[in-house]
Design a protein around this ligand. Sequence first.
Ligand SMILES: *Cc1c(COP(=O)(O)O)cnc(C)c1O
Length: 394
Amino acid sequence: MSEHEHLGFNSLLIHGGVEADPLGSATVPIYQTSTFAFRNADEGARRFAGEDDGYIYTRLGNPTIATLERQIAILEKGFGGVAVASGMAAVSTIYVAFLKAGDHIVSTAAVYGPSRGIMESYFKKFGVESTYLSTADLDAVRAAIRPNTRMLYVETPTNPTMELSDIRALSAIAREHKLVMVVDNTFSSPFLQRPIEMGADIVFHSMTKFINGHADIVAGMIIARNEELYKAVRQAMIGMGGNMDPHQAYLVLRGVKTLALRVQRAQENAQQVAEYLERHPKVAWVKYPGLKSHPQHELSKKQMDGPGAMISFELQGGLKAGKVLMDNVRLALLAVSLGGIETLIQHPASMTHSKMAREKREAAGITDGLVRFSVGIEDLKDIIADLEQALAKV
Ligand SMILES: *Cc1c(COP(=O)(O)O)cnc(C)c1O
């Protein structure tokens, strides 16, 4: 890692963690293999004893996957990375690595749905207790910590309400109470936010989103602050079997090279789209950290290097207006997921959150007319023209 420490972020996206190939390949080869042959019994014995860092079996480690793990760990300023099959494999591996029966977790309420869903079903079944609240409220977080609390789990900005939590302040609280501080950094990517630099212990990504960025793969990555945390995550991943596939790793290695270019371009578009929507008479409000109207605009400038490419806005006219907008966009794809090169639009009340009881949904800030917009890298004028013609029909 050290040979790359002096490089800037864009250079690290190309060279960070990448070792020279013995045959001179410009790209990282795909080691599409399940197992690795030992030259003799002694070598096999040394590998199993951990005296030789050669490979054994792909669930335990693989050169293509290891390159991606090194690269993302460097970008996130962590000790090491553990690649997994999906963002949810990252979440479940983290819970398994650090929680046991009788433990308690304090978490952001508006987390990615299944992150809370598996805690309140499977992990509850195994005796883990949980408290979900707004982690933007530091006093509420302090008050929720119990003697058996082990983990503080934070997502910032939240999906789809775009609420921010103060990573430095929460990390300090976690340290004081000896909690493992976990941050879901999917919405920002390491280009815009590096939680380990601000005190977090574990950072993870659904690399399905910004890091891969091309809507062609599902993947996850867990990055640990130090060796002890890294080993705990690695062991849990190997045991639970949520490993990545070498071909998946290759695609992410290809996608991540343009992370800075893509996010820069998408967030330039997003800032203009957010300002356009804020002026539109059919839009009640817009939530985007880059707008002065965002209640945590100042915090976003303190902990993020840019406001990102995700926008939430509320239509006048509720559920019906939301559906009309969805049925009339032409350029934007009507689809879940986010963080890709293409603009995506989604209506939580009729889609992702439609099974949630209305009262519970509204209490979580997911109102009937809320629209989630993932801004892509198309021409700004085309994105705005698409919204203009669709909003005219609302
Ligand atoms: C998509 C997403 C996840 C889950 O990731 P998958 O790759 O779909 O398993 C977790 N957290 C956030 C914030 C997400 O957007």
